[in-house]
Design a protein around this ligand. Structure first.
Ligand SMILES: N[C@@H](CCC(=O)N[C@@H](CS)C(=O)NCC(=O)O)C(=O)O
Length: 218
C-alpha cells in the first residue's frame, strides 16, 4: 500500500498530534504542508480543517479519527490503552484538551498574539487580560492532573499526552502562559521531560509564516 500522508500545515497543533502518533507507532508518512481550506484539504474534510489523511484509497479527517486508524492498523505500542478504564480516561482527557483547553488557550489566548486583529498588529491586550483568570484555572487543573505520575493517564505516555503537548509548546512561548507554566511545578517538569521525547522533538514546527522566530514579545 502507498505511504500514509498527513495533510496539513506543521504549525497546527492538531496536525502535530497526528505526526506524533505516527512517530510513536513507527509509521512512515509524508507531510503535505497545506493550509486549511485548500483544495487538498477541502477534498477530504467537509469543513476544510487540518489534519486530513490519505492512505491508499482511504481518506480520513479529524485528528481523533486519524489517530484511531494509525493506532489500530499499525503495530507498535498502543496510543490509547486497550484496558477499558484507562482507555476511557484517555478519551476523557483528549476531549477535555480539545473542547475546553484548546479553545481557551490556543484559539483565544495564543490567537491574541498571532492574529490579534488590532490596528497596529500588536498583541490584543484587552483579549489577553480578560482571559488571564480562566487561564490560571486551566494551569491549576493541568498541574494537578500530571502531579502523581508525570502523565495524564496512568503511568505511561498516551494519546492524551500527545494531544496536550503541542498546546503546551505554544504556551511556553507566550509571555503570560509561559510564566504560568513556570509557576506550575508538575506541569513544567512534564514539559521538560516530554518535550525531549523523540516523537515530540522531531515534530517541532517552524516559526509561523511571516515570523522569524518563536519569540512572542508581550
Ligand atoms: N476537531 C478537529 C480540529 C481541527 C482544527 O481546528 N484545525 C485547525 C488548524 S489547528 C483548522 O483547520 N482551522 C481552520 C478552520 O477552523 O476553519 C481535529 O481534531 O482535527
Amino acid at each position: 500500500m502507498s505511504e500514509l500522508q498527513i495533510i496539513g500545515a506543521p504549525h497546527s497543533n492538531f496536525v502535530r498530534v497526528a505526526r506524533i502518533a505516527c512517530a510513536e507507532k513507527g509509521v512512515p508518512y509524508t507531510l503535505v504542508p497545506v493550509r486549511p481550506h485548500t483544495p487538498e484539504v477541502d477534498a477530504i474534510h467537509p469543513f476544510g480543517k487540518i489534519p486530513a489523511m490519505r492512505h491508499g484509497e482511504l481518506v480520513l479527517c479529524e485528528s481523533r479519527a486519524i489517530c484511531f486508524y494509525i493506532d489500530h492498523v499499525f503495530a507498535g505500542p498502543p496510543l490509547a490503552p486497550r484496558d477499558p478504564v484507562a482507555g476511557a480516561q484517555t478519551e476523557q482527557w483528549i476531549s477535555l484538551v480539545n473542547t475546553t483547553i484548546d479553545p481557551l488557550l490556543v484559539r483565544q489566548y495564543f490567537a491574541a498574539y498571532l492574529l490579534p486583529g488590532t490596528p497596529d498588529g500588536r498583541p490584543n491586550r484587552a483579549v489577553i487580560d480578560a482571559l488571564l483568570p480562566k487561564m490560571e484555572m486551566h494551569f491549576r487543573v493541568l498541574d494537578r492532573a500530571v502531579a502523581k505520575t508525570g502523565y495524564l493517564v496512568g503511568d505511561s505516555f498516551t494519546l492524551a499526552d500527545i494531544n496536550l503537548l503541542p498546546i503546551l509548546f505554544f504556551l511556553e512561548k507566550a509571555p503570560e502562559s509561559g510564566a504560568m507554566l513556570r509557576q506550575a511545578p508538575n506541569l513544567d517538569a512534564y514539559c521538560r521531560r516530554h518535550f525531549e521525547r523523540p516523537s515530540v522533538a522531531e515534530t517541532i514546527p517552524p516559526p509561523f509564516p511571516g515570523r522569524s522566530s518563536w519569540d512572542f514579545a508581550a
